[in-house]
Design a protein around this ligand. Structure first.
Ligand SMILES: Nc1ncnc2c1ncn2[C@@H]1O[C@H](COP(=O)(O)OP(=O)(O)OP(=O)(O)O)[C@@H](O)[C@H]1O
Ligand SMILES: [Mg+2]
Length: 351
């Protein structure tokens, strides 16, 4: 066996050229050799030339200095640069996650170069992220269920005693404030509970306009104070019905209107309109607020994604959960500095 193996002539050119990991030789950070996998990794065609290009141009600036240091050690101290996660750019500018390691390579002219091996882990990172997201969610769920349970009992007691106090001391502003604030605590606790285990859904035929109107009314004082107009345009669609849970659907519109209000700095306008086709009703909630930067649009609706100091980043996630349990869809369009348009698509009743 041994003898046979010794006598075999391996085509090392083919082994490296066809290797599924990107193998690149750098002479002072200039690419002097790149196998097929390297070209594909960087978004080039197999026949494209990438020799002579600077490796740094494909590396995320965050890693320039560490890369320089690692390669210095490879060529000067003959060390191995261990596996490290970094980010690179492809030819068209898209960012990829990679694992990189490097070893010394002595060229035939005796010059020390570095051979680097790069593996694309973008997909792996993405899956990891999703798993983390799900784990985070179930963790919040468990936490929330516990906290909410423990908070509710004392709140019920406090509310009861407040009622007694109110009977004794009429028209006291402090008591009113305490009552509003306690309501706030209860609302937050309930929102958290939504994540833990969505309340039992009560399916009923509901008027979409009524739900929208009641949701808007909740904000009328705030909108008036801030000189923001909230208008509902139903056109000929004032009498459309959906099958769903009124409390949950109201929560959807409350979350969206609240976000719209928070996006408007000065005075502004929130426009709500309704459209339909054969199967669905579409509610647009449009604001002329700060908008969402295009690179942030993808993160919208992920748990804890918030740009607000006081935000939890849970509003849109709850919204999305409710909409999908109602067999609906949520769509967003936004332009920074111009405004945002959320569209809620829900099945029409009767379908
Ligand atoms: N209408 C909008 N205009 C601009 N940005 C928005 C709008 N709606 C959502 N966003 C962005 O999406 C993020 C997430 O919204 P989400 O409602 O999930 O959480 P939040 O509003 O930050 O916190 P919470 O809803 O818990 O108060 C916001 O922080 C904001 O950056
Ligand atoms: Mg919100």
């Amino acid at each position: 066996m041994e003898i046979i193996m010794k006598n075999m002539n391996f085509d090392f050119q083919q082994i490296i050229e066809g290797n599924l990991n990107a193998n690149i030789i750098l002479d002072d950070r200039i690419i002097v050799y790149a196998n097929k996998a390297s070209k594909l990794l960087l978004g080039f065609n197999e026949n494209d030339e990438i020799l002579g290009k600077r490796f740094d141009q494909f590396l995320h600036p965050e890693f320039h200095s560490i890369c320089k240091e690692r390669l210095r050690r490879v060529t000067e101290n003959m060390e191995i640069a261990p596996l490290m996660e970094q980010k690179m750019f492809q030819k068209d500018g898209s960012e990829i996650d990679v694992e990189i390691m490097a070893i010394p390579y002595k060229h035939s002219n005796n010059k020390m170069m570095s051979q680097i091996v790069v593996r694309d882990i973008t997909e792996k990172k993405h899956t990891q992220h999703l798993i983390m997201q799900t784990e985070k969610l179930s963790l919040i769920g468990e936490l929330a269920a516990g906290i909410v349970h423990d908070i509710r009992n004392p709140i019920t007691a406090i509310k009861g005693f407040l009622q007694l106090l109110k009977a004794e001391i009429a028209n006291n502003t402090y008591i009113d404030i305490i009552e509003t604030e306690i309501q706030q605590i209860e609302d937050i606790a309930n929102e958290l509970l939504f994540l833990a285990k969505p309340k039992e859904t009560v399916w009923q035929v509901e008027s979409l306009f009524d739900i929208l109107n009641e949701s808007v009314n909740l904000f009328s004082t705030e909108a008036f104070k801030r000189k923001i107009n909230i208008n509902i345009y139903t056109g000929k669609y004032k009498k459309l019905f959906v099958l769903g849970d009124k409390v949950q659907l109201k929560q959807v519109f409350v979350n969206l209107i609240k976000n719209a209000l928070e996006a408007i700095n000065k005075s502004g306008e929130i426009t709500i309109d309704i459209n339909k086709d054969d199967k669905y009703v579409y509610t647009n909630i449009r604001d002329n607020g700060i908008g969402i930067p295009s690179d942030k649009l993808d993160h919208i609706g992920q748990s804890f994604f918030t740009s607000k100091k006081e935000g939890t980043g849970l509003g849109l996630m709850v919204t999305q959960n409710i909409i999908s349990s109602h067999k609906g869809k949520i769509m967003v369009k936004s332009k920074e500095g111009i405004g945002t348009n959320f569209t809620i698509q829900l099945p029409l009743y009767p379908s």
